[in-house]
Every structure is written in C-alpha cells, then in structure tokens.
Design a protein around this ligand. Sequence first.
Ligand SMILES: Cc1cc2nc3c(=O)[nH]c(=O)nc-3n(C[C@H](O)[C@H](O)[C@H](O)COP(=O)(O)OP(=O)(O)OC[C@H]3O[C@@H](n4cnc5c(N)ncnc54)[C@H](O)[C@@H]3O)c2cc1C
Length: 382
Amino acid sequence: MDFDLSEEQRIFQKAIRDFAEREIAPLVEKAEEEERLPLELFPRMGRLGYLGIRYPEAYGGSGADKISECIWAEELFRICRGIATSLFAHSHLGTFPLFAFGTEEQKARFLLPAIRGEKIAAFALTEPNAGSDVQAIESRARKEGDGYVLRGSKMFVTNGTLADFILAAAYTDRSRGFDGISLFIVERGTEGFRVSRKLRKEGSRSSETAELSFEDCPISAKNLVGEREGAFRDILKTLVEGRVVIAAGATGVARAAFEAALQYSKERVAFGRPIGQFQAIGFKLADMATWIEIARTMIYRVAWMVDQKKKCTAEASMAKLFATEMAEKVTNEAMQIFGGYSQMREFPVGRYWRDARQLKIGEGTSEIQRRIICHQLGLKTD
Ligand SMILES: Cc1cc2nc3c(=O)[nH]c(=O)nc-3n(C[C@H](O)[C@H](O)[C@H](O)COP(=O)(O)OP(=O)(O)OC[C@H]3O[C@@H](n4cnc5c(N)ncnc54)[C@H](O)[C@@H]3O)c2cc1C
C-alpha cells in the first residue's frame, strides 16, 4: 500500500495550485460581487488541458487519473467555490456523458470544443418540481418526423445563463419509469429555448445559475446522447464519479477556511496572547485539521477505486456525505475563530461558510447519500 502521490501527481498539484493562485484568485472578489462568471478563464484553462483532466490528450485533455481530478477540484474550490462549481459543471456534468456515451459526431461538435474552452457546457436534470426524485421530472420529448420536440423547464442549472449547449433530461416514454428518460443536447439558439431567469444565490455567487424553459424545441435525433432512448440510467451511473470530485472540492473549501483561521489564530491577540494559544481555539484547529485529513484520505481511496475500475457506489456517497458535512463544520468553526471579523465582508471566511452550506445539497443531498448507502448495505429505507 502506497499513500504517496506519484511524481506526476505532485507536479500536477503544484501546477494547478499555482494556476489557481495566480490566475483565478485575482478575479474572485469582482466575480462574487457582480455574480458573474469570468469567462476569460475558459480558453486559458482549455489551452492547458485543465478543462478535461481525465479526457485523453488526443481530445485536448490532460489524460490524467481520478486522483489528479480530485487534486484539481481541491485546489480550485480552495480559491473560489463559485468559479470552481462552474468549471466542474462544464468539465464533468456537461461533458462526461458525451465522453462516455456520445457519438463521434457529438464528440467532435461539442466535447472537443468544450475541452478547448471554446464552448461552455451545462447539465440540466433538476426541475422546479423534481430534484432528489428524478423520476418525477415533467419534461417530455415526443418523437416527430426524424427528430424530437422537447417541452419542459429546468431549475438550478449551473452555467445555464451562458452555456452553448445543455445536456437536458426528458422522458421519451413515461410508461417505462426511469428507463424512459433520455438525455438530449440542446444548443443555444434552438427555437423555443430560453433562459427564464438568472437565479441569485446565498453561496457560490460567481457561478451563474438559471431556470430554463423549453417550449416545443425541435431537437435533431443526432442530439440524443447515447444514440438510444432511455439511456439515462446508464449515463447517471457514470455521474456517481462526480460525487468524488465534489467531495474533493468540499475539502478545498474546508482547507481555505482552516488555513485562514490558523493564520488568524497566530496573529490575533486577546488577554495578552495570540488566541491560538488558548486551548479552546487550538483544539478547534486540531479537530479541523484532523477532519480535513480524514476526508482527503477517504477521497483518494475512492478515486483510486475509480481508477482501478472497482465498484464504489457506497464509497463515493460516503466520501460526498462526509466531506461536505465536514466542510460545513470546519467553515463554521473558522467563523467562530474570526469572532466579529467573521461577519465583515473584507474577510473571506463568511464566503467559505456560505459556499460550504450548499455542498450538502447539490449533486445529491446528504439525505440522498445516506439513502444510497443504506441501499448498498441491504437496508430498504422509504
Ligand atoms: C447552486 C446550485 C447548483 C445546482 N446545479 C445544478 C445543475 O447544474 N444541474 C442540475 O440538474 N441540478 C443542479 N442543482 C440542483 C441540485 O442537484 C438539487 O437542488 C438537489 O438535487 C436537491 O433537489 P431539490 O432542491 O429539489 O430538493 P428536494 O428533492 O425537494 O429535497 C428537499 C429536502 O427533502 C429531502 N428529501 C427528498 N427526498 C428524500 C428522501 N427520499 N428521503 C429523505 N429525504 C429526502 C432532501 O434531502 C432535502 O433535504 C443545483 C442546485 C444548487 C443549489
């Protein structure tokens, strides 16, 4: 058993950390304040292969392993959860189904330009009346001529305001339940497609989130992902891996809060001593460091399982559950350590705390992760 990162992974870690600190950090304050995603990052990151860490180099990606993708997420989320969320929605949710199931034509038209940062991707599953309960989606795509006509609406779509294409889930056959859901590529400019509204959020403000509407959109059969109707269940299975990336991102947010709190505890003086010298504060920091360490160790192990092609449905949910709940605790403790200054917007701890809170909701809530773990343990929960 080897717990060390490989030479290649270490070099990558340094490169992506330097990139995030040099290229992303200076954009964060304005992006968060204006609630706008800095689009200039996309071509820059595309040129470096940073929009397709696990996609082959021949596609313009980095051709790296899952552990490297987790390193990518931790470093980016550490600098800005909002921007990193958009990058994740683009380079995983909105493109992985094309990589794993798309036709050569779909790859050439959508995946490759997305990896280069020339087109922006989004993934639209959630609806105003259906989030955790995927089977309750109301969007329909009815067959008409050679293609389909899509009708419905989608909620909370990351990159929805600016995506060039959106992978949207809709029923092609309601009577088949889950097996009747299909995934379509909807291109910006398609007749009947519109952004109903940009949503204003508590956390993750620099990622743009939208409600979308599809009013009888004509969709070519060539834009059906996976080439057959009802492939969504298989596609969704591959997205389990996304939970591991979000877990790594949560570790990044927690690390940002921990690093800030540690530094502050050495500088802030009360009762004649730096506050870090009070056991009550020192023990908090010791716990925070411990929780982060546990999460990262667990995440790397699940990432290793993905790389070894081992089944890891339960482990991916455990990592997502633990790391996101841990991030909430760590950011909360960091707020306490910063005292009154935690409430001042000139310090970023408030942002870390707001950003951590949503991690327990997106990509499957904590309750849904527990439900998945129960099923994997052979327990039938309601
Ligand atoms: C900032 C942000 C970005 C997002 N980006 C995207 C995106 O790009 N694409 C996309 O498709 N979606 C996206 N989402 C949606 C996200 O995945 C959903 O919010 C999430 O799946 C939960 O769905 P919901 O909000 O409808 O909550 P609900 O499903 O309505 O759940 C409400 C509460 O009930 C609980 N609950 C529901 N069912 C059960 C059950 N069976 N057992 C126990 N508890 C249960 C939930 O855990 C939760 O606490 C995003 C959300 C946010 C906030």
